[in-house]
Structures are given as structure tokens and as C-alpha cells.
Design a protein around this ligand. Structure first.
Ligand code: ADP
Ligand code: MG
Length: 273
């Protein structure tokens, strides 16, 4: 499911970790300027897609392309400069606990640029302002709520003005209000900064509210791609099961196992013993 206009294209991807095949002929694309949500069961390869995009892993077959640049064929230097244009917010992307909020956001600027202190200050305050936390610049991470900490991590991720933002489970561990705030931020930052965003989540409500497009992964490939309303209207049983959160459907609830009766028999024999 690739459109000609997709900025980011993963085509004919075969990918395995060792003997474990994760993707077989995966084709998926992401539109420029849009927010796309990747959804799928646990272990379906969502994080792996972000790693393929970030060049942390390479497919055994296929191509990962960003415009006319082939990410999976980049040399070390090229990959390094490409990664500078990426902002990543990983699930456990913790803050540095011994640095205050200001210094956490300043960190990538100090590491990656030679900007003078006055410019760093302006940039950090601008990024903190964008996530609504300018007033929190002197706080230490331990003084922040979970939602605030996530927003500081977000400010840090956009510090270097990325053109592509990747978020892995940005709502994990957040209460519903912080989830809504973070979701809104993903949306508004995307539009205000004119970037492209991809996020991975289990949260159907948040993803349908925030994303322009949703990609549904299942069985090593893309089951569906569409706008939230297209997926809501889908008649595909797999999509319906997912969207409506039904426990049983084409994806079985039970992992394949021996007949239940045999297991019970064994247990009663053990008990008799
Ligand atoms: P998701 O993010 O959808 O939960 P992942 O992309 O993290 O799934 O992983 C897909 C599958 O690959 C999982 O079954 C996981 O256990 C396996 N996996 C992930 N990373 C590795 C790795 N470095 N080595 C071996 N297997 C891995
Ligand atoms: Mg994951």
C-alpha cells in the first residue's frame, strides 16, 4: 500500500531477526506533511518499522526510501546526517534525571551544534513554549508529572528541528488527559513545524483522533491503510475486529494449543497423584 506521492516508502520488505521472520513483502508508505498512526497487535512489528525508517535495522530484501534517498543503502556519514533530520521519541526515552528541564532540552543542541549560549537559550525556550512548559524550565525531572515529562521529552526531540518525527507508543503510561494533550501536541507540532510524523500506538481512540491516516499491521504485512473514517467504515473482518476491539475474530484470542480436555486430564492426573 504505497502511493506515488508518499514521501517515505518501504517497498517489498523482507525482514527477519535471525530466524524469526517479521515482514514478508511489506509495502507501506507515508505521506509528506501528514500524521500517520501505525497500529497492530503486540509483536506485529510496529517498532521494527520505525527502526527501518530510522536506519537502525536494514531489511534483508527491499527498499526504504526517503524521497529519492535510499535509507538502507546509505553509508555511515550519510546515515548520520539523515538521522539528524529525524526526531525520535521512544517509549522509554527517559530524561536525564540529574539535569533540569532546560538542560534536558538544551542537550542535543549542545551536542550537535556550536550555537552560542544566547541562541541555545532562545531555542530551548521556544521548544518549551511549544509544548506549554516554558514555566517549568528550572524543574528537575523528579518534580514533573508523567505527562509533563513526556512533553519535555517531546521538546527535546524537536530541539534540532527535525523534518520527520517518529514516536513509539507516546501515550504509554499516561492518563486519559495527558494522552489527549500529547496527542494534540503531536498534531499541532506536525502542522506548525510543517513536518511529517509517524507514531505507533495501541490507543485506537487517540490514533483516530490525531492521525490523518492509519496503517494496520497484521501477520507480517499491512492489512489496511486509510483515513480514520475509512477504517471505521471498513467491512474487512480483520479491520472491524481491530477497530471495534473485539476479542475474537479473524485474529484468534487463543494461542494455538493442545485440546483443552487433554490439559485438564493431565491436571487431574497430577492432582490424583
Ligand atoms: P511491536 O513493536 O509491534 O510490539 P516489534 O517490532 O518490537 O513489535 O517486534 C516484532 C517481533 O520481533 C516481536 O516478536 C519481537 O519479539 C521480535 N524482536 C524485536 N526485536 C528483536 C531483536 N532485536 N531480536 C530478536 N527479536 C526481536
Ligand atoms: Mg513496540
Amino acid at each position: 500500500m504505497i502511493k506515488k506521492t508518499d514521501l517515505l516508502q518501504l517497498s517489498s520488505i523482507n525482514f527477519a531477526y535471525g530466524q524469526t521472520q517479521i515482514f514478508a513483502d511489506l509495502n507501506v508508505g507515508f505521506e509528506a506533511g501528514k500524521v500517520t498512526a501505525i497500529m497492530g497487535g503486540s509483536g506485529s512489528g510496529k517498532t521494527t518499522i520505525l527502526k527501518l525508517i530510522g536506519g537502525q535495522v536494514s531489511p534483508q530484501q527491499g527498499h526504504v526510501a526517503w524521497g529519492d534517498r535510499a535509507i538502507n543503502q546509505m553509508k555511515h556519514n550519510e546515515l548520520y546526517s539523515y538521522r539528524k533530520s529525524l526526531g525520535m521519541l521512544f517509549q522509554f526515552g527517559a530524561l536525564f534525571t540529574d539535569l533540569n528541564v532546560f538542560e534536558n532540552v538544551a542537550f542535543p543542541l549542545r551536542e550537535q551544534t556550536a550555537l552560542p549560549e544566547s541562541a541555545i537559550k532562545d531555542l530551548v525556550l521556544m521548544k518549551l513554549h511549544a509544548v506549554g512548559l516554558r514555566g517549568a524550565q528550572k524543574l528537575m525531572p523528579a518534580e514533573l508529572s508523567g505527562g509533563m515529562a513526556r512533553r519535555v521529552a517531546l521538546a527535546r526531540a524537536i530541539a534540532l528541528d527535525p523534518s520527520l518525527m517518529l514516536y513509539d507508543e507516546p501515550f504509554t503510561g499516561l492518563d486519559p488527559i495527558s494522552t489527549a494533550i500529547t496527542g494534540n501536541l503531536i498534531r499541532t507540532l506536525n502542522d506548525a513545524l510543517g513536518i511529517t510524523s509517524v507514531f505507533v500506538t495501541h490507543d485506537i481512540k487517540a490514533s483516530f483522533k490525531v492521525a490523518d491516516e492509519v496503517i494496520l499491521l497484521s501477520r507480517g504485512t499491512v492489512t489496511a491503510r486509510g483515513t480514520p473514517s475509512e477504517l471505521l467504515d471498513s467491512r474487512d473482518p480483520l479491520v472491524r475486529q481491530f477497530v471495534q476491539g473485539e476479542v475474537d475474530g479473524p485474529v484468534p484470542f487463543h494461542v494455538h494449543s493442545e485440546a483443552y480436555r487433554d490439559d485438564l486430564k493431565l491436571e487431574s492426573e497430577e492432582r490424583n497423584w
